[in-house]
Design a protein. Structure first.
Length: 261
């Protein structure tokens, strides 16, 4: 009998040890967000984007722009330049975000040759008539005072996902983010106001694989239910892990810096 108990105890101990690594290695909501940000944004990138904005089925605008990002420990810099239509060509935006500091946003107007500051607390301000906002450009990089938690797990677009609720500071509502469990890619997100109403829905429509086998978004969709607006973003070309000249991310020179050579 004693030997039987010993064998049972050893068997139970084996099961506990086999299961323990999964529990010990379980990621927190913040760790999932941090790793997903690195996976989705990379350390640096240059992307050519086509942005089409629709009201119901009517095309409101069609833009081509360049987006460059420089992600560093504790923050990131984002540069946008418009290529078309002709009336928007040369329009540039710069967003600089750093942990513990107020974000800085600037717009360069080619008609005047001057840059002007933008209100960083107005995250919903339209960028160049595209319907995109500073929040869209900045992605889901962490902001001060946010509190993330894992609320459930569910499949989205054929991928098992963590669903993370991010409570926004100042009673401003929350965001729900769906991140794939296997590769920590952001698949979908929703912006919800303090009354529980969904204000903005983001989802990745199509992914592509780099030569290194990593997946990145090819096409994305943003829905604004209140306005019946749909924004489609498609990457025409993308380069990752490149060196971005400092002049592009410098508030003094970003408007006139010739990055094309």
């Amino acid at each position: 009998m004693i030997h039987s108990y010993k064998r049972l105890a050893i068997a139970l101990l084996g099961i506990m040890l086999w299961c323990a690594p999964n529990q010990l290695c379980a990621l927190t909501a913040q760790e999932i967000l941090d790793q997903s940000m690195k996976q989705n944004l990379a350390e640096s990138l240059r992307v050519s984007l086509t942005v089409k904005t629709y009201k119901a089925k009517k095309l409101l605008s069609d833009h081509v722009l360049w987006l460059m990002a420089q992600i560093r420990q504790g923050g990131g810099n984002f540069f946008v330049e418009f290529d078309s239509p002709p009336e928007s060509k040369g329009l540039r935006f710069l967003l600089r975000a750093k942990d513990g500091q107020e974000p800085q946003a600037l717009m360069y107007l080619p008609a005047t040759g001057k840059s002007v500051p933008l209100a960083v607390d107005e995250q919903s301000a339209d960028i160049g008539g595209t319907g995109l906002t500073m929040e869209d450009i900045q992605g889901f990089m962490p902001k001060g005072g946010e509190k993330p938690e894992i609320v459930k797990e569910e499949p989205v677009e054929g991928r098992d996902c963590y669903v993370i609720r991010i409570s926004l500071p100042g009673q401003n509502g929350e965001r729900l983010v769906w991140i794939s469990k296997q590769d920590l890619l952001m698949i979908k997100s929703q912006q919800i106001d303090s009354a529980g109403k969904v204000k903005r829905i983001f989802r990745v429509v199509e992914f592509f694989k780099t030569e290194q086998g990593k997946e990145f978004p090819r096409e994305e969709e943003i829905l604004i239910p209140d306005k019946n607006v749909r924004i489609l973003l498609r990457q025409d070309s993308a380069v990752f892990g490149i060196e971005i000249p400092e002049g592009i991310m410098d508030p003094e020179t970003f408007g006139t810096f010739n990055w094309r050579g």
